[in-house]
Design a protein around this ligand. Structure first.
Ligand code: SAM
Ligand code: SF4
Length: 360
């Protein structure tokens, strides 16, 4: 059995030994990540009810199916009432946390709406829910306003820590600027959010060196939580033309699992999500991620009639992550992985708690 020894301060080369396919027996890596997870964060999986409340977006990321320029989807925007019904459902299912996600808008009406919504959700659920926002780049003032109105966590993927690659997968303009995204992430942390980021894995032009550097970026930044998943092509996006350059789906799936496992070993007490994109590549993708070190799962609780229009990438009907996210089905699947479920628990990032205590 090969042993997993990471230097105290590993560099790209150290990480590549575990990240590249066929360099190290990956089952060993997954087993070690499982052991580290058990030791540092335990065997509980925490639910975050995901509400994809609108697919209206002002940005044009080259990879994303709900980008502004895609005219082949019907745009939707849930009413506050529909969002509240979903939040109450999360409470009834004892999820204890929800994620509000949408396309990116920065106008005053949107900012005010989220502010009111946060207050309404807390009133309706007696402050029992922890709320994560995933609404893209906003000004520090807006992030502060939402934090004061009751948002606890924020997810803003850096997508890739390689600036050049970032500029290849986004339009070249002020709206899609790597520096702005970086600053936004820093603002979130400064304001006291549990700050989450992540990357896409298997992008055209991306290398294993890039992925190793993504892990180093997360460690250097001191991120509290991570949601990373495979890049999956969407036929109505500019990046679709590069599909012949992509790694196979199996390669993207296993590269993602190795990234999760390495990150768990590297940052033992953060929260790591088993993302839905994994399930689009493999019916058991999320369960495999739990066995490779992830400890958070995000059941989709968006009302069914809207889900088809929040299509970020092409999904195959047989592996559609939206198929059965009922609590019973999910909990049976999670128990199969040898984990239990933190029903009614917020499941905050232990790393975040430790970092906040240190600060005071
Ligand atoms: N608009 C917000 C933002 O961009 O931060 C939040 C919603 S956005 C749809 C959430 C994430 O979806 C992005 O950060 C990106 O990583 C992921 N995503 C978009 N298109 C994807 C694709 N084709 N394959 C995999 N993930 C994708
Ligand atoms: Fe909009 Fe987010 Fe998609 Fe970019 S990734 S187009 S910001 S929804």
């Amino acid at each position: 059995m090969k042993s997993i020894q990471l230097n105290q301060k590993p560099d790209t080369i150290d990480l590549l030994k575990f990240l590249r396919p066929d360099e190290f027996p990956q089952q060993e890596l997954f087993n070690e990540a499982g052991r580290v997870r058990k030791k540092y964060v335990g065997n509980k999986v925490y639910f975050r009810g995901l509400i994809e409340f609108s697919n209206v977006c002002s940005k044009d990321c080259y990879y994303c199916g709900i980008r502004k320029s895609n005219k082949n989807i019907a745009r939707y925007n849930l009413s506050d009432e529909e969002i509240l019904v979903a939040a109450v459902y999360a409470c009834e299912q004892r999820y204890a946390s929800i994620v509000l996600q949408s396309g990116e808008l920065m106008n005053k009406m949107f900012i005010k709406r989220i502010d009111n919504l946060l207050k309404k959700i807390h009133r309706k659920t007696n402050g029992t829910l922890h709320i994560t926002l995933s609404l893209g780049e906003q000004s520090k003032k807006t992030y502060r306003q939402w934090f004061e109105s009751g948002a606890h966590r924020y997810l803003l993927r850096i997508e890739t820590a390689n600036r050049k690659l970032y500029s290849q997968i986004h339009p070249t303009d002020a709206l899609h600027d790597f520096k702005v995204r970086m600053r936004a992430l820093e603002s979130l942390r400064e304001l006291g959010y549990q700050t989450g980021t992540g990357v896409m894995i298997g992008l055209p032009f991306q290398t294993y060196d890039d992925l190793a550097n993504d892990l180093l970026f997360m460690k250097d930044f001191g991120i509290d939580m991570v949601g990373m998943g495979p890049y999956i092509e969407h036929n109505d996006t500019p990046m679709y033309k590069y599909r012949s350059l992509l790694w196979t789906e199996q390669e993207r799936l296993f590269a993602t699992l190795r990234m999760i496992a390495l990150l768990r070993i590297f940052m033992p007490d953060i929260n790591i999500a088993a993302t839905t994109a994994l399930q689009s590549l493999d019916k058991m993708g999320r369960e495999k991620a739990l066995m490779a070190g992830a400890n958070v799962i995000m059941p989709n609780i968006t009302p069914g009639k809207y889900r088809d229009n929040y299509r970020l990438y092409n999904t195959k009907p047989c592996t559609d992550e939206r198929a059965d996210d009922s609590t019973e089905c999910l909990s049976a699947r999670i128990r199969m992985t040898g984990n239990s479920i933190g029903y009614g628990e917020w499941g905050d990032s232990k790393y975040y708690t430790r970092r906040r205590i240190k600060k005071t």
